[in-house]
Write a protein that binds this ligand. Structure first.
Ligand SMILES: Cc1cc2nc3c(=O)[nH]c(=O)nc-3n(C[C@H](O)[C@H](O)[C@H](O)COP(=O)(O)OP(=O)(O)OC[C@H]3O[C@@H](n4cnc5c(N)ncnc54)[C@H](O)[C@@H]3O)c2cc1C
Length: 293
């Protein structure tokens, strides 16, 4: 039986998770399973697979989650967005998850692709992610539900305090823990945690970590979701933009420093946005584990 991530929390103070996206091609799929195989040696507590993010096909998510669970016996969290589905479609998806022993879901509203937004308006029965959390929890104890948190505030939120109020509603509606949007400035994460605690939110908030492998793509992504890129990051990565290997190495060094501080100051683990690449994450974890030995 696949475990719920919330049950793992009862035994472990800090967890390690790897996020993948479902590739579009059979070749990409093979590469993903190779990557997952390599990363499995690092003994993650769970993996996760995105759903329709960045234009990727959502139909593949369940297939990949199912396959990873079967191959590795690990809990694999199915990201699920509610902006493209009616309530009855969501219920059918949850039925299929239950048939496949998929017990962990990252509940999300989802990114709205501009070209689809008009037809989505007609379909939209679920307005916010907290409603999806409620549907998931209506299945009794079956699902462990993660939700997204935004240390800089969500791009469409009026302000950070209101954003925290909305997060609280998601958690009261069934969210068991939080995974954050990426950030490079740890002070922003710790300020966020302080604000959450003041708002009486005691839930685990696992930092989302992006190892930088491509400066330009990282800048674009951060601009799209209004994540601030600190001066230090520009200073390190801008001069080496064209040098793939130097960027990869600097990305590893930066992430090791960032993760070391997060863990030392009490973060309850790490959730890596792997971009389906094994090497940078492997190097980061190995270096972090050398700290302990
Ligand atoms: C770790 C992580 C993984 C992700 N994976 C994916 C993925 O696989 N696929 C994908 O498409 N996207 C993914 N995303 C992106 C996410 O779907 C978008 O950022 C989305 O715009 C917000 O989703 P949410 O679940 O936070 O939505 P919500 O909590 O519904 O928030 C959406 C907006 O509505 C507002 N809001 C929320 N609740 C209320 C309320 N009660 N009243 C009024 N306003 C409210 C919020 O302030 C926010 O502006 C991921 C994000 C993170 C951090």
């Amino acid at each position: 039986m696949i475990r719920k991530i919330s049950d793992i929390f009862k035994e472990k103070e800090k967890t390690l998770g790897f996020e993948f996206f479902p590739p579009k091609t059979p070749k990409g799929l093979l590469k993903l399973y190779e990557t997952a195989h390599l990363l499995k040696d690092l003994q993650p507590d769970y993996c996760s697979v995105t759903y329709g993010a960045g234009g990727n096909t959502k139909d593949k998510t369940m297939e990949v989650v199912d396959e990873l669970q079967k191959r590795f016996g690990l809990p694999v969290m199915h990201h699920l967005t509610c902006n493209r589905h009616s309530i009855s479609e969501i219920k059918q998806i949850l039925n299929r998850m239950q048939e496949r022993n998929i017990r962990n879901v990252l509940a999300l509203y989802g990114d709205l692709p501009q070209d689809e937004s008009i037809c989505l308006e007609d379909k939209k029965e679920i307005k916010y992610c907290y409603e999806l959390c409620k549907i998931l929890k209506s299945r009794g104890d079956y699902f462990c539900v993660a939700v997204a948190g935004f240390p800089y505030g969500h791009i469409n939120s009026p302000d950070r305090d209101t954003d925290i109020e909305y997060l609280k509603i998601k958690l009261e509606s069934g969210g068991d823990f939080v995974i954050t949007q990426l950030f490079f400035d740890n002070a922003v994460y710790f300020e966020y945690i302080e604000k959450l605690r003041r708002a009486k939110i005691q839930t685990r908030v696992i930092p989302g970590i992006l190892p930088i492998v491509n400066y330009e793509k990282m800048l674009k992504f951060c601009a799209d979701c209004e994540v601030v890129v600190p001066k230090e990051v520009h200073e390190i990565f801008k001069p080496i933009t064209q040098d793939e290997e130097a960027t990869r190495k600097a990305g590893v060094d930066f992430a090791v420093k960032q993760c070391r501080e997060l863990l030392n100051k009490g973060a309850p683990g790490l959730h890596f946005f792997t971009l389906n690449k094994a090497d940078p994450v492997r190097e980061i974890i190995i270096q972090l584990r050398e700290d302990k030995s």
